[in-house]
Design a protein around this ligand. Sequence first.
Ligand code: SER
Length: 328
Amino acid sequence: MLIKKLKCMERILIIGAAGQIGSELTLALRTQFGNGNVYATDIKDPPPEIREGGPFQLLDVMDDKHLIHFVIRHRITQIYHLAAVLSGNAEKLPLQAWYINMNSILNILEIARLVEDVKKVFWPSSIAVFGPTTPRKNTPQLTTMEPSTVYGISKLAGERWCEYYYKKYDLDVRSIRYPGLISYKTEPGGGTTDWAVEIFYEAIKNKSYTCFLKEDTKQPLLFMDDAIKATTRLMEIEKARLMLHTGYNIMGESLSPGDVASEIRKHIPDFKIRYNPDFRQEIAMTWPESVDDHMARLHDDWKPVYSLERITKIMIREIGLKIEKAKH
Ligand code: SER
């Protein structure tokens, strides 16, 4: 009963609520904490269910003055900062990406430190924190980290800053190193793992896909529902039980475009895939094929439950419905 009461007192700010993770995490948190207690924000319009299902406001995380007023005015207790320039896009404008990715997390950490009501921060890290000198298979939680992309450098620096704020100011920051996330609600944009979503859309729309990675390049992937569960569980754990204030490794399966294409062909037999690797192939070769996520699994027995077979069925069904709906 007491726990329920405390939960109701949480007021949550989501930055990047229109994005791939934000559009799903917002709904999960609204179910958990009540629609009116989860303030969704973004610099762009979110899907209708986010805009209509609870408070939404256009807000730029780079605008620290508006942000701090928002946090104080709504007596925010938890901040989820999900906005970022992803790996592929960041390589096109490295300094702008660095500026946005770094200054946004620093704005959040500073505001969380200064505003007493804010008790917890969530910030997504990524498999991009690893680099060419990291072991690519079953990548350990703690290992050599020399990222060679601007996105990866910003995520690694962000992890160090999160830990710094935890150690220096006792700020409760929590993070997950997301692998490629497969989802059907909102598409990702400008990442090196985007193929794992694009492939389904193109298979359904055109029965063909030209992939920007090679057929056998494996990456750690995870279905969005598993990622959301890992995130909400991590945020629920008592602070004293946390093993890390940097990012926890997590993954579902290690899959290549060839693996996913074969599974899609079980549903769409004439699906054709071509491979035309671009600059993202080089990025992928510096990232893990699979990660050791035993630390995340130790927390409340988290483990992924969606297999490629199940994900493929869901993706084909849901994207098919979405495309049909858009026609009417
Ligand atoms: N999905 C991200 C990207 O590809 C990695 O975190 O950039």
